[in-house]
Design a protein. Structure first.
Length: 79
């Protein structure tokens, strides 16, 4: 039961960020949409919104290094 719950948790996490594990054009499509959404929030002056153009690339690298790659490894270990 415990292992099944862990696998299910990893699958749910992966479904949330699945565009990062697909073909490059899929990643670009959805990442562009996210960037535009965050930029719009910044331009509208929403609380705690920073200009994504100032940090986007480094944040993407950090996201892959600290979340996507470890998650992919966990999924591989699950079989």
């Amino acid at each position: 039961y415990q292992k099944a719950m862990i696998v299910l948790e990893h699958v749910i996490q992966a479904s949330d960020v699945a565009h990062t594990m697909q073909h490059w054009h899929i990643y670009c499509k959805w990442n562009t949409k996210l960037f535009h959404e965050m930029y719009y929030a910044f331009k509208c002056g929403r609380d705690s919104c920073r200009n994504p153009g100032e940090y986007w690339f480094q944040a993407e690298l950090d996201f892959f290094d600290n979340y996507i790659i470890p998650l992919a490894k966990k999924l591989k270990e699950c079989g």
